[in-house]
Design a protein around this ligand. Structure first.
Ligand code: MTE
Ligand code: CO
Length: 428
């Protein structure tokens, strides 16, 4: 069992907080009684003067670029030390249990680098297209800025997200089991517009996207996808990409495994067949029990996870009105519905979706209920608009065996005990 979870649990238990009366109405809409939410009538935190009421605060120049409150210092990306030997080829995880809504803030987006972070001087940045095109072309950033732009909200999920959970419950926190995902508003150019500009030969069937980092990440993508919804993106959530996310330009491949979203993209070669490079043969392919591997698995199937409560975020208020929340997504479209179970999948109830979400983006769900203080087995199950329903882990294993690492979208279970402490478990 992983240690972080338990440390976080201890910290949170000591910082128990009560609800204030004013917050009652909105959260209780789906619940018959609101009596279970505590209110403290005689609370000095509101009746007595606090330092922030009586002293002048910092002026506007304190932080020319804003940071979160100093009380939010624990809200950070974290890694799993034993997972990779060297930080330059490693991964850190989005703190899903600390977030709400549907957008992942830039500073909290998980990062996966195969050869460290490339630091690229935007003046020297060049993007080249060659191969089966009418005109081999090199663009600089000012050239790219002259194409019409679009804004699109998409999730990026690493194919290895939940990969450590294939053989059983392992990591104690949704940050570690599901945190190789972020959901960002991208600004960029539809790749099809750039490909039309350089002119595709009729024999063009595939593109090869190549990164400028030391790993020279290279992936083959069918031309149909390139001409569908791929984006050459330079902004995330309104501002320039973070260096770690591919500054100045990355490829966005909506709904498809994160590895194909080449960061620091420097070149697209147009060809007539896939290249079968390292990251699409020895890695990111699914190995079956008979020793054969599926050739390509591009689309990320529908998946969901309850983020609160979860091992890093126990229930601290005791029995009564309790909010369950989580996220759901599908690489094939929109999330139609999320069901929640509090008894390990015996009974299901439909959760409420809320917040901006679009096709191939993260959706937020809520489920409010009156907790009787008895142990829970929490699960969520997503269904997308193709009718696909998120499978159980056992259903996945019955088809894929236990050799897999990638593309694990099985239903997650958290066991919550009578004290509200949650743990990663499996039910069968
Ligand atoms: N692109 C390059 N050039 N180098 C990389 O190491 N990692 C890939 C992909 N694109 C990678 C890359 C992998 S495996 C994933 S999951 C995503 O980028 C991660 O994107 P992020 O770091 O923005 O979360
Ligand atoms: Co990845």
């Amino acid at each position: 069992m992983f240690k972080y979870g338990n440390e976080m649990v201890k910290k949170l238990k000591t910082s128990r907080r009560k609800f204030v009366v004013g917050s009652l109405a909105a959260g209780s809409a789906l619940i018959s009684s609101t009596k279970s939410i505590a209110s403290n009538i005689d609370d000095k935190a509101i009746t007595e003067m606090q330092p922030w009421n009586s002293e002048l605060g910092d002026g506007v120049d304190a932080n020319p670029y804003g940071f979160p409150s100093e009380y939010e210092k624990h809200v950070i990306r974290r890694n799993v030390p034993w997972l990779t030997a060297d930080p330059t080829s490693s991964v850190n995880f989005t703190p899903l249990h600390e977030l709400d809504g549907t957008i992942t803030p830039n500073g909290l987006c998980f990062e996966r680098h195969h050869g460290g972070v490339a630091i690229i001087d935007p003046k020297k940045y060049r993007f080249m297209i060659n191969g089966l095109v009418d005109q081999n072309t090199i663009f600089d950033l000012s050239d790219l800025a002259r194409f019409p732009r679009v804004n699109k909200l998409y999730f990026l999920e690493c194919a290895a997200n939940s990969g450590m959970e294939w053989r059983g419950a392992q990591l104690n926190g949704c940050q570690f089991t599901h945190g190789m995902i972020h959901n960002v508003l991208y600004t960029g150019i539809p790749l099809k517009d750039i490909l039309k500009e350089v002119g595709l030969k009729s024999s063009a069937k595939w593109i090869l996207a190549e990164g400028a980092d030391s790993s020279a990440m290279t992936r083959s993508i069918p031309i149909e996808k390139a001409m569908d919804d791929c984006i050459i993106a330079f902004k995330m959530n309104g501002e320039s990409l973070r260096p770690e996310q591919g500054y100045p330009v990355r490829l966005v491949v909506p709904g498809w495994e994160g590895n194909m979203w080449v960061k620091w993209i420097r070149r697209i070669e147009v060809g007539d067949k896939p290249w079968h490079h390292r990251e699409e043969t020895s890695k990111y392919t699914d190995l079956f029990s008979n020793g054969k591997a599926r050739r390509f698995t591009w689309e990320m199937d529908a998946k969901s996870v309850i983020t609160n409560p979860s091992p890093q975020a126990p229930i601290t208020h005791g029995r009564g009105q309790t909010v369950i929340t989580g996220v759901a997504w599908s690489g094939r479209g929109k999330i139609q519905k999320v069901d929640v179970s509090i008894d390990g999948g015996v009974n299901w109830a439909e959760a409420r979706l809320s917040g901006p979400a679009d096709t191939k983006s993260m959706h937020r769900f809520y489920f409010e209920f009156n907790w009787d203080g008895k142990p829970l087995l929490l699960q969520s199950r997503a269904m997308d608009d193709t009718g696909y329903v998120q499978p159980t882990k056992d259903q996945l294993r019955s088809i894929r065996g236990e050799n897999s690492i990638y593309h694990n979208n099985g239903i997650q279970t958290w066991a919550v005990d009578k004290d509200g402490i949650a743990e990663n478990v499996e039910v069968s």
